[in-house]
Design a protein around this ligand. Structure first.
Ligand code: UDP
Length: 470
């Protein structure tokens, strides 16, 4: 396909096909993996599963019916649906989902039952179950694993910096940050001088023991109790955080940048529009800003219009992902500038993101700063414009702009003039040169890290040895 010839970098290995794995020595050991059922959590878990399969482990993926993975894309894994097999228990919203399976013991009991059967049956007489790897949000899985005497490793799908901040949420709450009024938004946070009060408030924690705060508290506690933590990251990206993380979370840590090994296309829950490639192929090198705000973020109509006008006013080329449900009001297209998106622009409902980032024509990524998007961009050397809606996003945005120096943080909301100015800065203006250079350098570090003897390669090897020793 033509677009492939325009890719400036390649995955170290293509998406895994079972036939390519026939030569791998199998270890007769099985790993049971449980992703959290949202796109930004499913992708890294399945990338990790591919990596471990390529190292000879057999893989069983436990999953919910809600956002079930695309099983047909992974004939080399065993899949088993658990937890929401009762139609009454299928929930289609994060809040409902969390209430049912994460806050109640309900989920723990169901998981214990399913896992107990799997482990007891031995699956296959030539194989034994080495460990359970779950998303960090399945915190109750630690108690379940303990009861079955099964080591549990955690996949933490967010960055180290975010996780150190998250582990300090009770402290930040006790010091009143979440209830400070707007006159304090620009002040620095004494405990994390990198952050402003507005970054902390944007995480979306309500003060006291409710909602997201409870989930995070359990997540932190049970991640500390796990037999190890796997991160979708690499040492050179988050070096300043390593000491603190090792202190806060005592188990071994494995930092592996998954986008360097596999794309996440096979685990996409939505159909990816590949017709964008002939258009991208016609654009000059590094001329396009790719705009996508991930799988969950939403904007209102006013914000949507600011984005649309900002893109047009920048007079730069753009590829904008407008996911179904991205705008709360469905009349959105009518309010965009006449003739939108015009010759310079292209709109898609969902894109093969990593391939777009790897395309020669892509010069910048305007992202919502979800961790997968962030690390995918870093791995392809694409400088970022960071917006941030909630959760880890404001923390990732701050880190990418102020520590890594590969992004501009659009920290004051969405205003068309500012948007147009920042797009020009990051794509073409002299003022953005340093950021573009830093992004290139960071990509080189990520490239080196996965080569033999590099930090990520070492992490993969230690993870394989560690799991083999369990
Ligand atoms: N993604 C994609 N196509 C798109 C937009 C996003 O395949 O058009 C993928 C992206 O590559 C990433 C995931 O969806 O792996 C989004 O995860 P992230 O952590 O960035 O954000 P979330 O959706 O969890 O907010």
């Amino acid at each position: 396909m033509k677009s492939r010839s325009r890719q400036k970098s390649r995955r170290l290995q293509p998406d895994l096909q079972p036939t390519t794995m026939e030569t791998t020595v199998r270890r007769h050991r099985r790993i049971i993996m449980l992703p959290f059922p949202f796109q930004g959590h499913i992708n890294p878990m399945l990338q990790l599963a591919n990596l471990l399969y390529s190292k000879g482990f057999s893989i069983t993926i436990l999953h919910t019916n809600f956002n079930a993975p695309r099983i047909s894309n992974y004939p080399h894994f065993t899949f088993k649906s658990i937890l929401d097999n009762d139609p009454e228990k299928r929930r289609f919203e994060l809040a409902e989902f969390s209430k049912d399976f994460i806050h109640n013991q309900d989920g723990g009991d169901a998981l214990l039952h399913e896992l107990g059967l799997l482990v007891a049956s031995g699956l296959d007489e030539n194989e034994r179950v080495s460990c359970l790897i779950t998303d960090s949000y399945w915190h109750f899985a630690q108690t379940v694993a303990d009861r079955l005497n099964l080591p549990r490793l955690v996949l933490r799908t967010m960055g180290l910096f975010c996780t150190t901040v998250y582990s300090s949420i009770p402290l930040l709450d006790a010091r009143g940050y979440f209830t400070l009024d707007d006159s304090h938004l620009e002040e620095r946070v004494a405990e994390f001088p990198l952050l402003k009060v507005k970054d902390i408030k944007k995480i979306g924690i309500e003060s006291g023991e409710v909602g997201y705060a409870v989930l995070i508290r359990h997540m932190v506690k049970q991640t500390k109790a796990a037999s190890g933590v796997i991160w979708n990251s690499f040492k050179e990206l988050e070096e300043p955080m390593l000491e603190r993380i090792s202190r806060d979370f005592p188990g071994p840590h494995f930092l592996i940048p998954f986008p360097k090994y596999y794309t996440a296309s096979s685990s996409s829950l939505l159909e990816q529009d590949r017709t964008i490639f002939p258009w991208l192929d016609q654009q000059p090198a590094k001329s396009v800003v790719y705009v996508s705000f991930g799988s969950l973020s939403q904007v209102d109509e006013k914000q949507f219009l600011e984005i649309g006008h900002g893109l047009v006013n920048s007079k730069q080329r753009f590829l904008w992902v407008v996911r179904d449900g991205f705008v709360e009001d469905l009349t959105w297209f009518e309010s965009l500038p006449v003739g939108f998106p015009g010759e310079r622009g292209r709109v898609a409902q969902w894109a093969p993101q990593q391939e777009v980032l790897a395309h020669e024509a892509t010069g910048a990524f305007w992202t919502h700063s979800g961790w997968n998007s962030t690390i995918e961009s870093v791995c392809e050397g694409v400088p970022m414009i960071c917006s941030a809606f909630r959760g880890d996003q404001p923390l990732d945005a701050r880190y990418m702009s102020d520590v890594s120096g590969v992004a501009v943080y659009l920290e004051n909301g969405l205003q068309r003039d500012e948007i147009a100015r920042v797009i020009r800065r990051i794509l073409v203006d002299e003022e953005g040169k340093e950021i573009r250079e830093s992004a290139k350098l960071l990509k080189q570090k990520s490239d080196l890290s996965v080569m033999k003897g590099g930090s990520s390669d070492d992490s993969v090897e230690s993870l394989v040895d560690y799991i083999s020793s369990l």
